[in-house]
Write a new protein. Sequence first.
Length: 698
Amino acid sequence: MKRRKEEKKETETPRFFFCIEEPNPSKGCVSNQFHRPLNETPGFRSLCDVSSSKKGVPLRQQDHRCISGNLLFSRSELPFFRFGKMPSESDKWGWKHVSVFGGFDKGSGTKRWKCNHCNIRYNGSYSRVRAHLLGFTGLGVKSCPAIDGSLREAFHNLDEERLARKTKRISGCEKPGKHLRTSQPNLIRGLKTIKKEDVDDIVARFFYAGGLNVNIVNSPYFHEMAKAIAAFGPGYGPPSTHELSDYFLSKERKRIEKAMALIRESLPHTACSILCLNRREGSLSGPSVTIFVSSPRGLMFLKEVNTNEGDRANNLFTEVLDDAIMEVGSTNVLQIISHPGAASESSDSYKLSKFPRIFWSPCTLHSIRLLMEYIAEMEWIKSVVLCAKEIEQRIQTYQHSSLLKITPLKEIFHSVSAKLAPSFCLVHRIFELKQALKDLVVSEEWKQWKITTKEDTINIEAAILGDDFWGKANLLLQLFEPFLNLLATLNIAKSVMGDVYYWRFQALEAVKSKGIDDCVLNQLDVLIENRWDMLFSPLHAAGYMLNPRYFGRSQTKDKTVMRGWKATLERYEHDSAARRVLREQLSLYCRLEGPLGEEDAVDCRDKMDPVVWWENFGFETPHLQTLAIKILSQVSCVAMCQGNWQDADYPCREKTYGLGVGRVEDLVFVRNNLKLQSLRNGNSSSPSTQRNEDSREY
């Protein structure tokens, strides 16, 4: 009886696996017996597992199992056995930062745990704990939101130290290359112990050998790629050129198109603008027009058309623009914005006839440039500008012949890039040098130079030494400065329809406050009035009238604003009854009737986004609400994408010639949309993208 109890007790003893010998680096054998319960080291099987094998099949053919002494293990487990003892759980630093509630199966590495930092619960092994704390993705867990950059960097250091210890154990037990089969270079074989400086050398060498733009290192996609490869490990092999130009390219385009489809769901509510950006050197080589779609959810690239086609360029642009409008939906497009004088301008009348409800709007930034130059063409201003040009030319000639003589003027008269008002910048430069120029023309150097030159200097000397030129130059600066100073606060690239009207009225008020002669002010007022309708879309007038931030500025008494409002209604609604409803509802808005005049509505005029304001308080004037939301959701110029869109550095243009036309178009489509996505995730490039930060899906 006592013997039976002892046998029963013996059978209930936990199974152990036995290793007769420890690993020997010189022989590859083992020595010194040690015991470890099977449930402490997942993956090893004892001899008891032999009973579960298939009968009649040699043991060597069953899952490639190997027997050594009293230990049975599979061939996939053999390297770990040869390396020595499995790393203990205490070496895994991540367990100290989670609370474990228990495991699923006895001997399983899968556990229930909760992060001590964010209190989120997960099920999984240590690999998920590590990914959660280090910020890795793709393992079924999210990056811990409660860990800041400094703490995460400390975790990375702990993990690198652990990997270094593990690598040291492995390298001390096994001859290099004996059991690790890989086709990678020897350098990659020791990747976990390589210094960061050595890795940087390899990355830099890749850039130099491929002739790549070094600015790529600033791309978030480059950093994402580097982290993904590091997480996968040294066994990663990159896709082939065929896969990159075929399967993965098509896959990425489908992903982007799916995201764009989600954006388009909002267009019936907000409408959109089609932007036509002209470039001298496009992605497809040669001059081109790039077509974007702008909506409150962001900027999307649609197409690019090469305009280097001679007489056919205009027709080609018209066809591509037609396709773009139909792709987005003609009822979803409120306006087309382009530079006047481009290939798109010749299609103006055609578009107005085919799509009569779509507005053709000049780029606001370009229109402001033209307006500034029209002001410079006023009779008395023109003479000042011409005199300033003559002074600059004579001084430059003098400087050229006096290279050995150092004067303060040499650094002043370098070419200046004046985007908005080159005439103003010219006069401003000359005015800043007033005293220096007066001293120069009476100097001995100047007198000696006049003897040796054929240049006529009498007029510029009289202008510099007299008071008439400087008086008119000062008046010109007083006229221009308010316009240009306010442009800095307007931020045209991020302005919406209607902001330019407020800029105009503010600038005129600032000019009048300077005490300028009424005759000059009248000339300026008449010039702006006559040129305004030609330079700016009527949507600006409607936007200025419907923007709650500008409420109460006597818009209904301004003939320019009312003229633009009338033109907007006639194009937006062809039915007279519908236009009458809009006019009646505008009166309700102006009289503050219903919800439009409630305390919250009045208080939130300048505190809410204009579109959000109409969504909250315009429900009793639905037709006007719809129009206001569509107009105030639009941008006003192509500068929102032009500033960050220089394709002259397109690094792989010459490489695309080996691809078919369809693949080249796919590559351009994917590249441009990924670039826009990167800009949105970093610094927003459009005002509309700032309105729905949380609703971006693309």
